[in-house]
Structures are given as structure tokens and as C-alpha cells.
Design a protein around this ligand. Structure first.
Ligand SMILES: NC(=O)c1ccc[n+]([C@@H]2O[C@H](COP(=O)([O-])OP(=O)(O)OC[C@H]3O[C@@H](n4cnc5c(N)ncnc54)[C@H](OP(=O)(O)O)[C@@H]3O)[C@@H](O)[C@H]2O)c1
Length: 332
């Protein structure tokens, strides 16, 4: 394994989980961390990430200065979901000649929604000889890359569907909040309209699958409705009363020549029954895969980010997606 110096950009729950995992890898050295949150800045990274020891690296609020001082091989970037928000951060890291693996959902397949930003990121990455990848559990794996990999055993593919059902009861409060757990239905609908309640990245997964299969998508449709609680449920952070929203039901469809050929069905709610991930491909031969219990999102996101690092460091420069890199796998 190549020795890699890492800066962690964003020390929320996901950045922290990544720090804890990196801490177990002999090839990885955390040389810096950035976060704007004043409660984290100035503290040791080990302390912020929940390690039982200090690692001798302090969280900084000044990304530019830190990147100059540390010259990392790669930045692990976990600040926010939307490409216009993270764009300046990505450009800053790429200009500092650092590869990037980011959990920004819109970066996982950014070309359709943000063609100009995608082009500029790609140009900047090539100019500075670095690679930029967006990944995570979803988008990044369970509802897109996994479906694409499973299609590798099909001679023909007629349609692809994926389902992910997540019980958010014991998950981080950010996830319960952004899936609307505990809200009245009217409030839920209002926040959906404002774009504040949703899982970001489902259309990106549709587009990634379409691109891999060579399907030209006429349209990508998305629908967001509440899952209504049938009884009162107490989650780790939210209390969900009967009749209120327990979470979100989101469907994204990829339409090809007037027909639904990709359907992604995501339910994330407090008290979800029978959590699972499944992929169904109608084709020759058909594929019907179910992961019982579903893949634990936060652990999986930290894993796929860390497991991608060696691929990203070895990759040719430019903006990449999971379709461009060799298969990501666990090591060590
Ligand atoms: N692709 C996937 O499968 C996947 C899976 C999990 C998470 N995600 C995404 O990954 C991101 C991180 O998740 P999270 O739960 O850890 O989010 P989070 O709780 O919002 O943490 C992000 C951290 O980054 C900080 N931050 C925000 N903007 C910053 C900036 N410009 N410079 C430096 N620090 C900044 C935040 O500080 P403040 O709190 O002060 O703003 C916060 O400490 C989110 O966008 C999430 O949606 C993706």
C-alpha cells in the first residue's frame, strides 16, 4: 500500500467516522483537518472524532493555510451535499494539488445537473494533476454501483430496480432531521417544497446507472412523500407521534423512450420494518439480490471513502465517478 497523507475536510459524524477508520490503517497519516464549527476548531482531531487518544493534529478553520502547510496527497471531503456549495472547496483542494474523495451526493454523478461545474472541476483537476471522486454508501454504492456491477452477469438488461429500506431510529440526528422524522404532515410537505427534506442523490444514482448501461434518459423523475407513523415511536433523537411523518419515501425513475427502465425506491424512516437493500434486474439472466438488514450507512460510507483512497491516488487526473475506477474493496 502506498503511504498517503490525508487532510479531513469536515469533521461531522461522517468525517469523524472516517478519522476513526483511517486511524486503523498503517498506510494513512492524518496530517490535518478542517472544520468551520468553532466548537471543533482548535481541538485535537482524535478528541473531536471520538478516539480515545489525541493524534497531535489540531482542527483548523483556515483551509487554504492548512493545505499550504501540509501539502496532503488527498483530501477526504465531508462538508455538504450540494455541488454549488462544495464547488469552491473542491477547487481550493485541487488547486493545492490534492486528490479528493468527497461524500457530496451531487458529486457522485454531477454531469447532468451541473454540467458547467463538472467541466470546471474536471479542467482544474487535470490542470493540477489530481483526481476528484464523489462516493458514499448511497449515492455511491448500494443503489447504483452495486446495480451496475450486478449487470455484469447479464447478456441483456431490460430494466433495473433498486430498493433501500433504512430504519433511522438509531441513526445520527442529521439523518432523522433530513428525513423529517416526527414532523406533522403539513410541515413535512412544506419542507419538501423548500428542498429541506430529502435524500440527496437518488437522481444521480439513476443517471449513473443509465450512463453505465448506455441508455439515453429522456427524463429523470423524483417523488417525495412522507411515511406516516402508525403508532407513536421514540427514536434516539426524534419522537414520532401516530399520524405524523416517520420519515421519507422517495422514488426516482429513469425514463428511456417513454418507458420506465430504472426505478429506485428509497424508504428511510423511524421504525422501518424489514430493512434491506435489494437489486432486481429484468434481463437475461435475471438478477434478484437482497441484502437482509441493509448495509449500515455511516459505517459503509466511512469504509467506501477510505477503501477508495488508494484507487484515487493511483488514478489518472480528472473528475471521476465510481464507474471510472477499479472495483473498490476492503484491504488489510
Ligand atoms: N454519499 C453518501 O452515501 C453519504 C453518506 C453519508 C453522508 N453524506 C453526506 O456527507 C456530508 C457529511 O455528513 P455529516 O453527517 O458528517 O454532515 P454534517 O453533520 O453536516 O457535518 C459536516 C461538518 O462539516 C462542517 N462544514 C460545513 N461547511 C464547511 C466548510 N465550508 N468548511 C469546513 N467545514 C465545513 C460542518 O460545520 P457546521 O456544522 O458548523 O456547518 C460540520 O462540522 C453531508 O453532506 C452528508 O449528506 C453522504
Amino acid at each position: 500500500m502506498k503511504a498517503v497523507n490525508v487532510v479531513v475536510y469536515g469533521m461531522g459524524p461522517i468525517g469523524s467516522a472516517i478519522v476513526r477508520l483511517l486511524n486503523t490503517k498503517q498506510w494513512a497519516r492524518i496530517v490535518g483537518a478542517v472544520d468551520v464549527d468553532e466548537k471543533k476548531a482548535g481541538k485535537d482531531v482524535g478528541e473531536v472524532a471520538g478516539l480515545d487518544r489525541k493524534i497531535g493534529v489540531v482542527v483548523s478553520r483556515e483551509s487554504r493555510k492548512l493545505l499550504e502547510q501540509t501539502s496532503p496527497d488527498i483530501v477526504v471531503h465531508t462538508t455538504s451535499s450540494f455541488l454549488p456549495d462544495v464547488y469552491p472547496q473542491l477547487i481550493e483542494c485541487a488547486t493545492a494539488k490534492a486528490d479528493i474523495v468527497s461524500t457530496s451526493e451531487e458529486l457522485s454523478y454531477p454531469y447532468t445537473k451541473h454540467p458547467d461545474l463538472s467541466r470546471k472541476i474536471d479542467e482544474t483537476a487535470r490542470e493540477h494533476g489530481v483526481t476528484v471522486l464523489g462516493t458514499g454508501v448511497n449515492p455511491g454504492f448500494v443503489m447504483d454501483t452495486l446495480a451496475v456491477v450486478m449487470s455484469g452477469v447479464c447478456q441483456t438488461v431490460d430494466s433495473v430496480s433498486a430498493e433501500r429500506i433504512v430504519d433511522t431510529s438509531k441513526r445520527r440526528w442529521q439523518l432523522q432531521r433530513k428525513t423529517g422524522a416526527g414532523l406533522g404532515v403539513d410541515e413535512f410537505q412544506r419542507l419538501v417544497k423548500e428542498g429541506k427534506i430529502k435524500h440527496v442523490g437518488l437522481p444521480e444514482s439513476v443517471m449513473m446507472i443509465g450512463s453505465a448501461l448506455g441508455w439515453s434518459l429522456d427524463d429523470v423523475q423524483e417523488e417525495i412523500t412522507p411515511v406516516i407513523a402508525e403508532q407513536e415511536t421514540r427514536a434516539e433523537y426524534a419522537v414520532v407521534r401516530k399520524g405524523n411523518a416517520a420519515g421519507v419515501h422517495q422514488i426516482a425513475r429513469g425514463i428511456v423512450a417513454g418507458r420506465e427502465r430504472i426505478v429506485l425506491n428509497l424508504m428511510m424512516y423511524v421504525g422501518a420494518k424489514d430493512p434491506r437493500d435489494s437489486i432486481r434486474i429484468k434481463g437475461v439472466p435475471p438478477v434478484d439480490l437482497t441484502i437482509r438488514g441493509g448495509v449500515q450507512g455511516d459505517q459503509a460510507t466511512a469504509a467506501i471513502v477510505v477503501n477508495s483512497i488508494q484507487n484515487v491516488v493511483a488514478s489518472s487526473p480528472g473528475l471521476k465517478t465510481m464507474l471510472d475506477l477499479p472495483i473498490v474493496h476492503a484491504t488489510g
